[in-house]
Design a protein around this ligand. Structure first.
Ligand code: CA
Length: 223
């Protein structure tokens, strides 16, 4: 899962980016509204954390621009104060949730998890596929009652499939959602990650659709 952070306060931006990375997300950051808007226009994000008070272009204008251009990724806005009118403007512009500064990082992480899973159509934080479960709160993966240890990249790949079950995901889509923009992307590694997930979880968990991509179909997984 890939997240964009648009925040102009350097310390806060660094803290949010680090917390999201430690929680297993690939993260891009922008320090003003212009750069943030551009990234949101051109890169596919699973969620955006958007400050409202930004240099160059303010957050509400950025959000309005995205929604008018069918950029539908879930957006969590950060507001400086308990001002009800900023929140109303934010929701009217198409925000999915808000957080008032100062906030606890755990709350930001919980809200980001929630908007990502809701936008993918999941109400519960526990994602299931046959005997495989992923707790999105902890990143813990189980097969039946046994815990499975995955590397950070394997977990990113599994999490993307668990959020988008039953749909064919192309290799390009997968790469765009598991790596941040500065990462040296190598499509060969995707096949390696998928082979390892099949080995560690279930051989038939992820299907290959030749020339189209991969899918995780969970109806077939009942043991
Ligand atoms: Ca600000």
């Amino acid at each position: 899962m890939r997240v964009l952070v648009v925040e102009d306060e350097p310390d806060l931006q660094a803290q949010v980016v680090r917390a999201l990375q430690e929680a297993g997300y690939s993260v891009d950051a922008a320090s003003d509204g212009e750069e943030g808007q551009f990234l949101g226009d051109t890169e596919p994000y699973d969620a955006v954390v958007l400050d409202l008070g930004l240099p160059k272009v303010d957050g509400i204008t950025v959000l309005n621009h995205w929604r008018n251009n069918d950029r539908n990724m879930p957006v969590l806005i950060l507001t400086a104060r308990e001002t009800w009118n900023e929140k109303v403007s934010g929701f009217d512009a198409g925000a999915d949730d808000y957080l008032t500064k100062p906030f606890h990082m755990e709350e930001l992480l919980a809200r980001v998890r929630a908007i990502i899973r809701r936008s993918a159509g999941h109400a519960s934080p526990m994602l299931e596929c046959g005997p495989v479960t992923l707790d999105t709160r902890t990143g813990k993966v189980m097969i039946n009652t046994a815990a499975v240890t995955l590397t950070a990249h394997e977990l990113k790949v599994l999490s993307y499939f668990m959020h988008h079950q039953g749909r064919v995901v192309s290799q390009t889509e997968l790469i765009e959602h598991i790596y941040d923009q500065d990462f040296d992307r190598d499509s060969n590694t995707i096949e390696v990650f998928i082979a390892r997930l099949r080995k560690k979880l279930l051989p038939e968990l992820i299907k290959t659709h030749r020339g189209r991509g991969y899918s995780m179909s969970c109806e077939d997984q009942d043991t």
